[in-house]
Design a protein around this ligand. Structure first.
Ligand code: C2O
Length: 545
């Protein structure tokens, strides 16, 4: 196994999009940022140097970080932020994961432009469980704002309203030629005729689940979140923010030009659906004639933005490649609601009413606790140093009252409280979590991401989770292993994992506006008795607040 060394210099960079030039925050001047390529078993050492005026951290989304929680990255959870002018070196090993993950800033909304792909090739000496692709291409879906994304978030918090929606979706950083001033820079994805090509698709958008499709080129899905799946074919995939999907496409069409399209699935925050589509062009390397460049690319059939039936069928197609060893018994049985809420407008808003519905402000919560990050230390540092008063361990294992999660219910039943509450798990305990969308304010698809773990998704469904009926639907044979579950809008998903990684691990909605409003909690997994079960000592350059 190798060790790969990288420097990530966080710096402002001139970037032109949608006819305007911005000082965007990038890594090493690149947008999207550098692609990291490793084999399963390799170690990454990334020195992050902060040359911007904001605090920042970097998170290695989906990397298990076995016993290396100090390298996980979420601000105020496992570390204090890297301050302007300082640096921090993240060091971790990829253990047992193969496929596609990614990295992104985990500090306010900086991840809007600070993100990149992590390609994990098979362990040295082993190979893919599918025919070796001739070519492999990362495809990063994103969102672009004309304004500074940090200001967009600040304005939303200041007014209590919903943030402005993005001005474009992007494919490898480019909106594509259906947007103004974007045609010359449209991303080109080259494939080889007569060969199998692997596309590693990542949804790096801040707030938007996205459909992804290519004209005339059906996908064979072979992996997701750096785990292999039983291959299945589909013409469209859906990714919640945070999720990755690996697909094979055959270069077996007329070597013309084909549109690659990313378009919204549902729309965030009840905003009106706008039919903008990000595009890139699929080209055959062997395509001979430049005249073809003048012709319009072939357009795929786009799914309707509300085509939940297609999404449900798609997510039901995921199976682990092999039968898995899933805990049949559980020690911890949690029921966690995920959803939006509304709060009274605080007095400091003065005579200006809040901009949320009926003068309220938006909030979100898990089990009616809206998560508040500490500011003076991180949760993990507080735990290690026995600093009292930073967090409490009374995160509730179910909501305070059970009610109907399918529609509007009286606010007295779900009025959220604010708190820094974590849930303590004994090392090695077998954990099940029912994630239930509350449908308060609106039903939304919530991509729930757990740090430090992969989990099996046993079942998903709509309406209220009913243990008497829905337990019978659990797949205990070959459920997919994921790090982010797209919990159906107005429905539920059930996940299971073994708490075998000590540390402090945040679980949150990967719609950034929701985590900004508090849709998060954290698991404190205490060390076991043996060396391999304990957390490494913190690195000497771990930032202090
Ligand atoms: Cu990709 Cu905590 O996030």
């Amino acid at each position: 196994a190798k060790t790969h060394y990288h420097d990530f210099v966080i710096q402002p960079t001139r970037v032109k999009r949608l006819c305007k030039t911005h000082n965007a925050i990038t890594v090493n001047g690149m947008f999207p940022g550098p692609t990291l390529e490793v084999n399963n078993g390799d170690t990454l050492v990334v020195n992050v140097v902060n040359q911007i005026k904001y605090n920042i951290t970097i998170h290695w989304h989906g990397v298990r970080q076995m016993r290396t929680a100090w390298a996980d990255g979420p601000e105020f959870v496992t570390q204090c932020p890297v301050k302007p002018g300082s640096s921090y070196t993240y060091k971790f090993t990829i253990e047992g994961q193969e496929g596609t993950l990614w990295w992104h800033a985990h500090s306010t909304w900086l991840r809007a432009t600070v993100y990149g792909a992590i390609l994990i090739y098979p362990k040295e000496g082993s190979s893919y469980p599918f025919p070796k692709p001739r070519r492999e291409t990362p495809i990063l879906l994103g969102e672009w704002w004309d304004a500074n994304p940090i200001d967009v978030l600040r304005e939303a918090i200041r007014t209590g309203g919903a943030p402005n929606i993005s001005d474009a979706y992007t494919i490898n950083g480019q909106p594509g030629d259906l947007y103004n001033c974007s045609s010359k820079e449209t991303a080109i994805i080259t494939i080889d005729a007569g060969e199998t090509n692997l596309l590693r698709v990542i949804n790096a958008a801040l707030n938007q689940p996205l459909f992804f499709t290519i004209a005339n080129h059906p996908f064979t899905v072979v992996g997701a979140d750096a785990s292999y799946v039983k291959p299945f074919t589909t013409t469209v995939i859906m990714l919640g923010p945070g999720q990755t999907t690996d697909v094979l496409i055959a270069g077996n069409q007329i070597p013309s030009r084909y549109y690659i399209a990313a378009t919204a699935y549902q729309s965030a925050q009840n905003a009106a659906f706008d039919n903008t589509t990000a595009t890139a062009i699929l080209e055959y390397k062997t395509a001979p004639c430049p005249a073809k460049k003048q012709s319009n690319p072939i357009m795929p059939i786009l799914p309707a933005f509300n085509d939940t039936a297609a999404v449900t069928a798609f997510s039901a197609s995921f199976r682990s490649l092999k039968e898995v060893n899933i805990p049949k018994e559980i020690d911890e049985d949690l029921f966690v609601t995920v959803g939006l809420g509304l709060d009274d407008c605080p007095p400091e808003f003065g005579s200006d009413r809040c901009q949320g519905p009926n003068g309220t402000r938006f909030t979100s919560s898990m089990n009616n606790v809206s998560f508040v990050l500490p500011q003076t230390t991180s949760l993990l540092q507080a735990y290690q140093t026995d600093t009292p008063g930073v967090f409490t361990t009374d995160f509730p294992d179910r909501p305070p009252v059970r009610f109907d999660y399918t529609g509007n219910v009286d606010r007295s039943l779900w009025q959220p409280i604010q708190g820094t509450k974590v849930y303590r798990l004994e090392y090695g305990s077998r954990v099940q979590v029912v994630l239930q969308d509350t449908s308060i304010v609106t039903a939304e698809n919530h991509p729930i991401h757990l740090h430090g773990y992969d989990f099996y998704i046993l079942a998903e469904g709509f309406g209220n989770f009913d243990p008497d009926v829905d337990t019978g639907k659990f797949n205990l044979v070959d459920p997919p292993l994921r790090n982010t579950a797209a919990v159906p809008a107005g429905g539920w998903a059930v996940i299971r994992f073994v708490a075998d990684n000590p540390g402090m691990w945040i679980m949150h909605c990967h719609l950034d506006v929701h985590i900004s409003w508090g849709l998060a909690m954290a698991f404190l997994v205490e060390d076991g008795n043996e060396v391999m079960q304990t957390l490494e000592a913190p690195p000497l350059d771990l930032p202090v607040c």
